[in-house]
Design a protein around this ligand. Structure first.
Ligand code: C2O
Ligand code: CU
Ligand code: CU
Length: 522
């Protein structure tokens, strides 16, 4: 895939910064190794602000999934699955190669008509889902649409969503976890009127994942029943497709789009400098007000965009984004839920590891004013719900070594009364978590608001008190953390597209295990 001119130019500018940095770092003596040798080239992975042609124009992209190889750890060749793409018709800047096993970043415009010809070059069925996009049922890339090896699927939709950070990934039932794990995922950025963030020219993205790499360099996935129950957590942090991710940044403000692309790792993010994290967008939209937190909670599939001004640091400074796995070990995991004798073992152990390192380059610093109100208040709320007096209840539970939604699992296109909704209406849905672990619940087809969190039982109340401030949901979300013991109420604005749409836990091993249902929009 050819690089777009703008990103190559930017990469070179950043590398110029790295060169200057070497001069700074190596100034005391000739024997001091220069820092530059440890800095990998800044690839296009980080740059998500290509210059798109200003007028809305149709786009036709060819996209394929295929077996490939990648260098996740330096010097090691690993077999992966990978998305590739090319622009068949339209603005060539719309597809930006990731430089890793990750799929190319797709840059779409609000209001644009997008056609995608997806070709399955794997030896197993697959289908592409546009996570967070409001599209008709047959454009959503649902399990029922999975195509066999060698076939193609034609997408043709209009971008209805707000500008923001989205992503795409496979969705064949029972295979989503393993296909994402093997490398099938990519960022999707929607451009358009962006409130007060429009001036932030520096824009980079981080896709946070984890992998377990065998001594022979190959990916190891679910090994035991435990991985299926708890969700698979890899031993090595992999960011933007590589272990030990580093990037050179300019001493300027950045918008940093973060996707938790891990199969199951809910993460608690901090800056190594002790700085607060300034969140300006969540999932599908800019926040009404910038939220500053000491630590940020991000579940699988969630996106949070940060604003970070690197001009407050010195050339050569190294600023690390740290992540702690919020996995909860529990002796009662395989048993009947809360209070099954394992409650003493519940607890968070927030041990930070480095997810990404930024080295400040030596260009003239540009200071920036942090936006305080980047976005807009959501236009709907609990008061708009047609069932304001009687919220629908969806109980999440764990028994017989499986996870359940209202005592049911995936049944394809068969829905209950609760799961039947009217197009264009807002409903209140309560997720109640009686299982011993957190579940990030995702609905296809819209972004919703979180109305309230209350306690149904003690659950993991103690652990919650340590992370509560890092849960940002003053804007909209399409994936919400449902903590053990909590009732989380969301206001869901169902779109006008009629038909079946999945909702599920975004711990991919739970989803593949059947913790997924459809709702039907009539
Ligand atoms: Cu991210 Cu049903 O998907
Ligand atoms: Cu989705
Ligand atoms: Cu789950």
């Amino acid at each position: 895939m050819p690089d777009s001119g703008i990103s190559r130019r930017r990469a070179l500018q950043l590398l110029a910064g790295a060169g200057a940095l070497a001069a700074v770092g190596g100034c005391d003596s000739d024997t001091t190794p220069t820092t530059v040798t440890t800095i990998p080239p800044v690839t296009d992975t980080t740059i998500t602000s290509p210059v798109l042609e200003p007028d809305v124009r149709d786009l036709h992209v060819g996209l394929w999934a295929e077996p490939s190889t990648a260098s996740i750890q330096a010097g090691v060749t690993t077999e992966v699955f990978s998305y590739g793409a090319r622009v068949i018709e339209g603005d060539v800047a719309s597809v930006v190669d990731s430089g890793s096993y990750l799929g190319p970043t797709l840059h779409l415009r609000q209001g644009q008509r997008v056609r995608v010809t997806f070709e399955n070059r794997l030896d197993q069925e697959s289908i592409v889902h546009w996570h967070g996009l409001v599209v008709p049922q047959d454009q959503d890339g649902q399990p029922a649409e999975a195509i066999p090896p060698g076939e193609t699927y034609e997408y043709d939709f209009v971008v209805e969503n707000r500008p923001g950070t989205y992503w795409y990934h496979p969705h064949p039932h029972h295979l989503t976890g393993s296909q994402v794990y093997q490398g099938l995922a990519g960022l999707l950025v929607i451009h358009g009127e962006e409130g007060s963030l429009a001036d932030t020219v520096n824009d980079l993205a981080l896709v946070l994942q984890d992998r377990t790499i065998d001594p022979d360099g190959q990916l190891r996935y679910v090994a035991m029943m435990h991985d299926v129950m708890a969700g698979f957590v890899g031993e090595t942090l992999v960011t933007n497709g590589v272990a030990g991710y580093e990037a050179v940044v300019r001493p300027e403000p950045y918008r940093i789009r973060i996707l938790n692309g891990a199969n199951s790792r809910t993460q608690y993010l901090t800056w190594s400098t002790g700085d607060q994290l300034h969140a300006v967008a969540t999932d599908g939209a800019l926040l009404p007000k910038t939220i500053s937190v000491d630590g940020l909670v991000i579940t699988p599939a969630q996106r949070t965009d940060l604003w970070m001004d690197f001009s407050q640091f010195q050339p050569g400074d190294r600023i690390e984004l740290l992540t702690a796995d919020m996995f909860i070990e529990s002796a009662g995991m395989m048993g009947g839920g809360m209070g099954g004798g394992g409650s003493d073992d519940f607890g968070l152990n927030l041990i930070p590891q480095t997810a990404a390192s930024f080295i400040v380059g030596e260009t003239t610093p540009v200071h920036g004013e942090m936006p305080t109100a980047p976005g807009f208040d959501p236009t709907f709320g609990a008061e708009d719900a047609v069932n304001a007096d009687a919220p629908k209840e969806f109980v999440l539970s764990t028994r017989r070594a499986a996870h359940w939604i209202n005592g049911t699992q995936w049944e394809g296109r068969s829905v209950t009364e609760l799961e039947t909704v009217k197009a264009g209406t807002v409903e209140l849905w309560d997720f109640v978590n009686f299982s011993p672990m957190p579940h990030p619940m995702h609905l296809h087809g819209m972004a919703f608001r979180v109305v309230s969190r209350t306690w149904e039982d003690d659950g993991l109340a103690e652990a919650w008190s340590g992370i509560e401030d890092g849960v940002i949901e003053s804007g909209v979300r399409d994936t919400v953390l449902v903590w053990p013991g909590q009732r989380v109420q969301i206001a869901v604005p169902f779109a006008e597209h009629k038909g079946f749409f999945p909702y599920h836990c975004h711990i991919l091993e739970h989803e593949d295990g059947g913790m997924m249902r459809n709702f039907l929009v009539i």
